[in-house]
Ligand binder design. Structure first.
Ligand SMILES: CC(C)(COP(=O)(O)OP(=O)(O)OC[C@H]1O[C@@H](n2cnc3c(N)ncnc32)[C@H](O)[C@@H]1OP(=O)(O)O)[C@@H](O)C(=O)NCCC(=O)NCCS
Length: 189
């Protein structure tokens, strides 16, 4: 667990916390930034069965395929989350490209508005990368993410944190020609 400056604790979700996983995701999808931040819509998330959220929380709580981290305030409120997906060499990725080497893919990046600019997102990303790069199998060569070209705030944070533009862009689904830019951070030496 990582403590950061606003007294939040960052930790992985537990399987029995699926309702909180669902509620934070639905809150994120109501954020004004959601149309450029997430590929899922509010209607899609609200239409999902409980079993979807139960499976998601369980899958993200253990194992080496995916891990979701949350930041919990002193009063127990969840104030932000990130999820790291493990992508294996040879797999097809979201955008129908082929994954060249084992890598992490950071998704579901969200901090509640009143906690932005406080360091919560640094602590979440540090926890996710520590987990991903700490795996013995598979060994992740890098961690990547995609960010909408108009999401300036997220881009500024990712670059401050150490992600660099990877020179790849893919069309944002249903985005009227808008692009998602790939950023990546290499495995520490
Ligand atoms: C993306 C997010 C997690 C970043 O966390 P945060 O706490 O807001 O990040 P920070 O405030 O530490 O850093 C953001 C930086 O962008 C700057 N910024 C703010 N608004 C900006 C804008 N419109 N354009 C460019 N930069 C902007 C901030 O000043 C800050 O710069 P600094 O590094 O010089 O201080 C958070 O804003 C969020 O949850 N946004 C909504 C969901 C989202 O966009 N997720 C990412 C999907 S890829």
């Amino acid at each position: 667990m990582i403590e950061q400056q606003t007294q939040c604790v960052v930790r992985a979700v537990r399987a029995d916390e699926w309702e909180r996983v669902r509620d934070l995701r639905i809150e994120a999808l109501k954020d004004p930034a959601a149309p450029v931040a997430f590929l899922e819509t509010l209607a899609q998330a609200e239409g999902r069965e409980d079993s979807f959220w139960q499976d998601r929380a369980a899958g993200a709580s253990h194992g080496t395929s995916v891990r979701q981290f949350i930041a919990e305030d002193a009063d127990g409120t969840w104030v932000g989350s990130v999820t790291l997906l493990v992508e294996r060499a040879g797999d097809q990725d979201f955008f129908e490209g082929k994954i060249e080497g084992d890598q992490g893919h950071l998704v579901g990046v969200y901090v509640r508005p009143e906690h932005r600019g406080t360091g919560v997102i640094e602590a979440l990303c540090e926890a996710a990368l520590e987990w991903g790069f700490g795996l013995e199998e598979p060994v992740l060569e890098r961690v990547r993410l995609f960010v909408h070209e108009d999401n300036g705030r997220a881009q500024a944070f990712y670059q401050r944190f150490g992600f660099e533009f990877a020179g790849n862009a893919v069309p944002f689904p249903e985005g009227d020609g808008a692009m998602e830019l790939e950023l990546a951070i290499a495995r520490p030496a």
